[in-house]
Design a protein around this ligand. Structure first.
Ligand code: ASP
Ligand code: MG
Length: 472
């Protein structure tokens, strides 16, 4: 094929795409298809559910539950071996892959046993335990690709060259060294037409201590590699038709958004659109590397292209309606808060120290109350932290909370500077008889978010989807 120009595409597959025999066969076919006319680098997540069960196993190990350690490693062994046996056709390839799985599983068992002896789980040891999810899934995928006649090389994030700081659980790549190392390692493979199959999510510090990039971090791995290698595009393969105008489980009329800017996509991922890891778009946005979101189960269906600027001017100023469910709202109030500098800082500091992530915040201009929205799972911690703060310094009088709320957000770059959007949003909501509990507009003007009762979330999403004709 001399003289032909190969595109370099980094393809990332999510946990559901590699989590079972049928899905994996499909992924093998997709990769074979695209790799015949392009240079491809493959990145994959752990099989779906595996990261969660590793977290659970590590936690239970730290409570000295050794029985659970053995159970989990056996479950992982069975699941990965089964997929191998169903997808790989050649016996020697099955044997080789299962032997490699066995080496990893023994290491995992040792790590978990170590945790249970110590009765202690540090963020550092948790990252080591979590690294096995992706190590196992890439072995199965690489074995399957090799079996289907492709030339592949499986690499961990560390072997590929991703170097991070030591913030275990949410490490940040050191881009300068990472770029050099990735080029050094992957370019020769690509030149040889060998497909690198790289573990998503996991990397290592300069000293080789395993780290992870934060939950859902395989997307991030893909954009780090794509930007370091100067790829033409990064493709995020998932199980929906790209980024949708609303969650299709809530809104039947939801459509794929064909083009969207990095700014809008980032705004959406912060508001619960599960399509991307929030930091994953940063490396791509920085150099204008296009990212495409595609559906492995509908590869020829519609997809979303994320670009630096919007080439197609949308007729709709609002592009999507997103929602964050299972949220809770905490309000601190008291007339004494008025004119007392530093109250908000102290409130946020107390929550931050107790590991409570604040999704939304608003303060009335009377300064007599501050409302905060957090995930429902952290409500108890939030209330306890605020009660402690109240006991220490009487900054406010009262703490109230509601545990049955959701956030709804309208997102779109066209909202910036367009008059009357907020009015349309809240009229549409009011017409459906929904009461709005709290409102915030980011100063980016890319989104307007508000809080409603959990029971009203479907109605609210429908109302806005209709008002802005997102299903047309
Ligand atoms: N396996 C990791 C997680 O579940 C990373 C990923 O799926 O992207 O968070
Ligand atoms: Mg995942």
């Amino acid at each position: 094929m001399t003289g032909e120009y190969f595109l370099l595409i980094v393809m990332k597959f999510g946990g559901r795409s590699v989590g079972g025999a049928e899905a994996l066969r499909n992924v093998v076919a997709l990769i074979s298809n695209y790799a015949s006319a392009n240079d491809v680098v493959v990145v994959t997540s752990a099989m779906n559910g595996v990261t969660n069960s590793l977290i659970q196993a590590a936690t239970r190990a730290s409570q000295r539950d050794e029985k659970h350690v053995a159970e989990v490693t056996e479950q992982l062994r069975t699941r990965h071996e089964n997929v191998c046996e169903q997808v790989i056709t050649r016996t020697d390839e099955i044997k080789r892959t299962i032997a490699r799985l066995d080496l990893e599983l023994r290491e995992l068992e040792k790590a978990l046993t170590g945790v249970s002896y110590l009765g202690e789980l540090t963020p550092r040891s948790l990252d080591y335990v979590l690294s096995f999810g992706e190590k196992l899934s890439t072995l199965v995928l690489a074995g399957s690709l090799h079996d289907s006649g492709l030339s592949v090389q499986r690499l961990t994030g560390e072997e590929a060259g991703i170097v991070t700081d030591a913030s275990f659980g949410e490490a940040t790549p050191l881009m300068n060294v990472t770029q050099l190392k990735l080029e050094e390692k992957l370019c020769p493979l690509i030149k040889d037409r060998k497909i690198p199959v790289v573990t998503g999510y996991i990397a290592a510090t300069q000293d080789g201590v395993p780290t992870t990039l934060g939950r859902g971090g395989s997307d991030y791995t893909a954009t780090i590699i794509g930007s370091a290698l100067g790829a033409d595009e990064v493709w995020i393969w998932t199980d929906v038709d790209g980024i949708m105008t609303a969650d299709p489980k809530i809104e039947h009329a939801a459509q794929t958004i064909r083009e969207i800017s990095f700014m809008e996509a980032m705004e959406m991922s912060h508001f619960g659109a599960k399509a991307m890891h929030p930091r994953a778009l940063e490396p791509a946005a920085k150099i204008g590397l296009p990212v495409r979101v595609k559906n492995t189960f509908n590869p020829n269906g519609p997809d979303t292209l994320i670009l630096q600027d919007q080439r197609i001017k949308s007729v709709n100023v609002v592009k999507a309606v997103t929602s964050v469910r299972e949220a809770s709202m905490v309000t601190v109030s008291g007339a004494g808060m008025h004119g007392a500098p530093g109250t908000a800082a102290k409130v946020l500091d107390a929550l931050g120290k107790n590991d409570v992530n604040v999704l939304m915040i608003s303060q009335s201009s009377s300064e007599a109350n501050i409302s905060l929205v957090t995930a429902r799972s952290s409500l108890e911690r939030a209330v306890t932290a605020l009660k402690e703060l109240l006991l220490k310094e009487s900054l406010f009088k009262e703490i109230t909370s509601e545990d049955d709320v959701s956030i709804v957000a309208a997102v779109g770059a066209g909202m910036k500077g367009t008059l009357g959007i907020a009015a349309r949003i809240f009229r549409a909501i009011a017409d459906k008889g929904v009461n709005v509990k709290m409102i915030a507009q980011g100063s980016s003007e890319l989104n307007i978010s508000f809080v409603v009762r959990e029971d009203d979330v479907l109605k609210s999403v429908h109302a806005l989807h209709e008002e802005f004709r997102l299903g047309d």
